[in-house]
Design a protein around this ligand. Structure first.
Ligand code: FES
Ligand code: FES
Length: 158
C-alpha cells in the first residue's frame, strides 16, 4: 500500500510520520499519535465525536484522510488548554454546568464550541445552537451544554 511522509503540527509540536494513504485522520490521531481524547462514534460524519481543529476549523476527523493534514496545524482536545496549561474556560463551564454525563461527546462539543468562540467571540445562543447541530449527545439533553458555552463566552468577554 502506498505510504506518504506526513509533516504537520499537532497541539503545537512538529510531527513527522509515515502514513498509508488509506489512513483516516481519526485513525492517525488515535492509533498513530495515541491521542485517545478524540472519539469514534458513527465513523461517517454524523455525530461529531471525532471533531478536531485543522487550521482552526472544526472538522470531523473520520471524514478526512491523514495525508490531507500535510503542512497543516492540528489541535485535538488534548491541545485545548487554559492559561498555564490548566483547564480551558469551556472545560470549567462544562463541569460547573453539569454538561458532561458519560463524556463521550464532550471532546467534540468542546472543540466545536472553541472553533465558534475563536471565530465569533460574541456568538449568540442561536449561533451556538447552529454550530453544535453536528454534535450529538445522547445524555444531557443539550440545555446544560448550551448554557456552558454561553458562560464560557461571557467569561471570555468579561
Ligand atoms: Fe466522526 Fe461520528 S465519528 S462524525
Ligand atoms: Fe454522554 Fe453526551 S454526555 S453522549
Amino acid at each position: 500500500m502506498k505510504s506518504f511522509r506526513l509533516a504537520c503540527t499537532v497541539n503545537g509540536e512538529r510531527v513527522e510520520r509515515e502514513v498509508v494513504s488509506s489512513r483516516s485522520l481519526l485513525e492517525f490521531i488515535r492509533e498513530d499519535l495515541g491521542l485517545k481524547g478524540t472519539k469514534e462514534g458513527c465513523g461517517e460524519g454524523e455525530c461529531g465525536a471525532c471533531m478536531v481543529l485543522v487550521d482552526g476549523k472544526a472538522v470531523n476527523s473520520c471524514l478526512m484522510m491523514a495525508v490531507q493534514l500535510h503542512g497543516k496545524d492540528l489541535v485535538t482536545i488534548e491541545g485545548i488548554k487554559g492559561k498555564a496549561g490548566g483547564l480551558h474556560p469551556l472545560q470549567k463551564t462544562f463541569m460547573a454546568e453539569g454538561a458532561v454525563q458519560c463524556g463521550f461527546c464532550t471532546p467534540g462539543l468542546i472543540v466545536a464550541s472553541e472553533a465558534l468562540l475563536r471565530r465569533k467571540p460574541r456568538a449568540t445562543l442561536e449561533d451556538i445552537k447552529l454550530e453544535l447541530t453536528g454534535n450529538l449527545c445522547r445524555c444531557t439533553g443539550y440545555e446544560k451544554v448550551l448554557s456552558a458555552v454561553e458562560k464560557a463566552r461571557d467569561e471570555k468577554n468579561a
